[in-house]
Design a protein. Structure first.
Length: 166
C-alpha cells in the first residue's frame, strides 16, 4: 500500500506525531512523509491512503494546510482513503470558559480537514484524532506519541480487515 502523510507544523509537535504515524506504516508499506509545502500530484498518483495533520491554530488548521487540501488532486482515484489528525491544547481541562465555548462552536483543525476531504469524495477509514500538547507551543503531553502509533495501527488494521488493500 502507498501511504501519503502530509503535515504542517508550527512548533514541531505535529511533525513529531506524523513521524510516529509514518514509523508504523513503514514496517509494511511504502510511505511518503511530506511537509505540506512538498505535497504534489506525482506523490498522489498511486496513493491508497492519505493522512493529513495540522496544528490547531485559532480553532482551525493552518492556512497552508487548508490551501493544500482544497487544491489536492486525487485524479479520481477509486481506492483512496483518508484520515486526519491535529495537535491541540486540552481545552476541556482548562478553566478558561471562553475557550470551551469557542471549541464547541468552531471545533479543531481535524474537523475542518475532514470536511474538506469528504467534500472531495474521499472516504474515511476511521474518525479523526486529536493529540494533546501541554501549552500552545508544546511539548506533547506524555503518552501522545504512543497514542499516535496506536491510532496508526488501527487505521492499518481497518484497511487490511476491510480488504481496502492487498
Amino acid at each position: 500500500m502507498s501511504v501519503v502523510i502530509v503535515y504542517d507544523s508550527v512548533f514541531g509537535n505535529t511533525e513529531k506525531i506524523a513521524e510516529f504515524i509514518a514509523e508504523v506504516f513503514r514496517q509494511k508499506h511504502e510511505v511518503h512523509l511530506l511537509h505540506v509545502s512538498e505535497l504534489n500530484a506525482d506523490v498522489m498518483k498511486n496513493a491508497e491512503l492519505f493522512i493529513a495533520g495540522s496544528p490547531t491554530r485559532a480553532f482551525a488548521p493552518t492556512k497552508n494546510m487548508v490551501k493544500a487540501l482544497k487544491n489536492l488532486k486525487t485524479n479520481d482515484q477509486k481506492h483512496l482513503y483518508g484520515a486526519v489528525f491535529d495537535t491541540r491544547m486540552d481545552i476541556q481541562n482548562s478553566n478558561i470558559k471562553i475557550l470551551k465555548f469557542l471549541e464547541k462552536r468552531k471545533g479543531y483543525a481535524a474537523d475542518t480537514m475532514e470536511k474538506i476531504l469528504k467534500e472531495k469524495g474521499i472516504p474515511f477509514i476511521c474518525g479523526h484524532e486529536g493529540f494533546f500538547v501541554t501549552e500552545s507551543e508544546g511539548p506533547l503531553m506524555e503518552g501522545e506519541t504512543q497514542r499516535a502509533k496506536t491510532w496508526a495501527g488501527k487505521i492499518e488494521a481497518e484497511m487490511c480487515k476491510n480488504e481496502f488493500i492487498e
